[in-house]
Design a protein around this ligand. Structure first.
Ligand code: XUL
Length: 511
């Protein structure tokens, strides 16, 4: 009977519980979804109690599998959506719904922080400029707009760390997730006193921080008996979804570049040394591997763009699978590259890399009467691929080129999308057989914490298998020309996005 580890991935659309055997095979997994509330355009919130309910249901469902007994599980690893703000009062009660990573309400707060601290100084202190999705500006937003709630804050947690608190009663986070708060000294892997002082945020609100494979707490006996798990199980620090996904796809050594096509789209390069992009266009974060960092470009709506397109135009009941992604994508196969002159800007939640702009919006450009649903689908697949190329170009500028890129995430399951991306990037892509790389990565980190593997790299090697590769085909010149058109659209539309956001703000104030 092999030893197993439980990885929990608190994603944007649902919580996944995955059980991994120590030989690296996925034994079983189950996911339970929850709702995202959009109180205003570009605001996104979720109820932490919904996360906890969904997580418990997912864990129970996974444990119902015939393939595993709860007694085989020897550790828990947590991962999930990064940057979200979960404010708790003195008694550990949630003060308001969590404000999520793709919420764009905080651009004024970011400007205020940059005025106070200096953008360059923020990059020096934390490795990154302060971007609207990050956690600190959300706190400043609360201070200005919800002062009575702000005054009751005693602790702030990131989303996956709220689960840790519910599972163990302990407040803690890990270095990779803390990197996205704008309060963390990424180079020295510790909270930045200078940043908390500059922003007047009490450092007592911040949870203790550990490396990702380090045991941070133990499962409480109460939750263990409720879920049917062994009590006292070690819960490791875990990691933000991107760092955990890199562990799950063995992107843990200097020189590996990986792309995740999940709700967000991420280009990720592992580095043995701390290096920040002096212009702050790419994120510099701690990796889940101790003493290792990564650079990362994040587009906010990657496979999330396709999901939006399907839900809005093709489903009576969004969230139910009455029109599958496979059907949708296979229709697009019949359309030639370039979608007959249609371009899609994937800025449905604003954008982070390369245009840190909360006001940016999605655009179909070049529509004509000859366009059909399949053209629009193809344009979405291509527009997201161009957005990923933007981040890859920034990596190239910093001297990080890649002969081969690992791709994972829901979008990478599609052969057509992989081919488009390989053509757009003009690089060979390899995809893995490992599904759910973030949850797998979290389980592997638990395996290191429990002592089954000596290092994160050793753990990663047990799981990673290449399922196949996609070489760039002939469409390169065409895609180069289209990419040039794609990159010229945003600068031309930038002022219009801002002006439109002003109009929308005025309308919201009047209502
Ligand atoms: C990373 C990021 C996203 C979210 C949600 O910086 O914002 O990857 O963690 O997936």
């Amino acid at each position: 009977m092999p030893t197993c580890f439980l990885g929990i991935d608190l994603g944007t659309s649902g919580s996944k519980a995955l059980i991994l055997a120590n030989d690296g095979t996925v034994v079983t997994h189950a996911t339970r979804e929850y709702e995202t509330k959009i109180p205003r355009p570009s605001w996104t919130e979720q109820d932490p109690d919904d996360w906890w309910t969904a997580t418990r249901e997912a864990v129970r469902a996974a444990l119902r599998s015939e393939e595993v007994r709860a007694s085989q599980i020897e550790g828990i690893g947590l991962t999930g959506q990064m940057h979200g703000l979960v404010p708790l009062d003195e008694q550990g009660r949630v003060l308001r719904p969590a404000i999520l990573w793709n919420d764009q309400r905080t651009s004024a707060a970011c400007d205020r922080i940059h005025e106070r601290v200096g953008r360059e100084r923020a990059v020096e202190l934390t490795g990154n400029p302060v971007l609207p999705g990050f956690t600190a500006p959300k706190l400043l937003w609360m201070r200005r707009h919800e002062a009575d709630l702000y005054d009751q804050i005693a602790t702030i947690l990131l989303p996956k760390d709220f689960l840790r608190y519910k599972l163990t009663g302990t407040y803690a986070t890990d270095v990779s997730d803390a990197s996205g708060t704008a309060l963390f000294d990424v180079e020295h892997r510790t909270w930045s006193d200078q940043m908390t002082e500059a922003l007047d945020v009490p450092s007592s609100w911040l949870p203790p921080v550990t490396e990702s494979p380090t045991v941070s707490a133990r499962l409480s006996s109460e939750v263990a008996s409720e879920l049917g798990l062994p009590s006292d199980l070690p819960v490791v620090g875990g990691a933000g979804d991107q760092a955990a996904g890199a562990v799950g796809s063995a992107a843990v050594e200097e020189g590996t570049v990986s792309i995740t096509m999940g709700t967000s789209g991420v280009v990720f390069a592992t580095s043995d040394q701390y290096r920040a992009d002096p212009d702050g266009r790419l994120h510099a974060f701690c990796h889940a591997v101790p003493d290792t960092w990564h650079l990362m470009g994040v587009m906010l709506s990657a496979a999330g763009s396709l999901r939006w397109f399907r839900d809005v135009f093709l489903q009576d009941n969004p969230g139910e699978n009455d029109f599958s992604y496979d059907e949708l994508v296979s229709e697009a196969q019949s359309v030639s590259p370039g979608a007959d002159g249609l371009l899609f800007l994937p800025y449905l939640s604003g954008e982070r890399t390369p245009h840190a702009d909360p006001n940016a919006k999605g655009v179909f450009f070049g529509l004509h009467l000859g366009h059909d649903r399949e053209h629009l689908t193809r344009a979405v697949l291509e527009g997201v691929s161009f957005g990923l190329r933007d981040s890859m170009e920034l990596m190239n500028d910093l001297g990080l080129s890649a002969k081969e890129i690992r791709v994972s995430g829901g979008g990478a399951q599609s052969g057509l999308w992989r081919q488009i991306l390989a053509d757009v990037l003009n690089v060979r892509l390899v995809h893995t057989t490992v599904p759910h790389v973030a949850a797998v990565g979290a389980a592997l980190l638990a395996g290191v914490g429990a002592g089954t593997y000596d290092t994160v790299a050793e753990a990663s090697r047990t799981t990673y298998r290449e399922a196949g590769s996609t070489a760039p085909a002939r469409e390169r010149d065409l895609y180069d020309a289209l990419y040039e058109r794609f990159t010229s659209l945003y600068p031309d539309l930038n002022d219009h996005f801002d002006a439109l956001a002003d109009v929308v703000d005025r309308m919201n104030e009047e209502n």
